[in-house]
Design a binder for this molecule. Structure first.
Ligand code: ZN
Length: 68
């Protein structure tokens, strides 16, 4: 299980990226929202979409959930 976070700031394309707690691109604590612990990125992105309908997995830490 890993702890997942969503970036509260949107990317230039409007996506809110979902990260694991060990990602080098994890936003600072004031710019992220904790989603909880999940065994994979897919339920984490689903959780993020409850807050930000345009949520997407980070290409670095969640490549299986990254869509371009
Ligand atoms: Zn990441």
């Amino acid at each position: 299980m890993k702890t997942y976070y969503v970036n509260q700031n949107a990317q230039p394309n409007g996506d809110h990226e979902v990260h694991t707690d060990d990602c080098r691109y994890l936003p600072t604590s004031s710019n992220r929202k904790e989603l909880g612990q999940f065994s994979s990125c897919k339920p984490a992105v689903e959780e993020a979409k409850k807050t930000y309908s345009k949520s997407n997995g980070c290409k670095t830490c969640c490549p299986d959930c990254h869509t371009s």
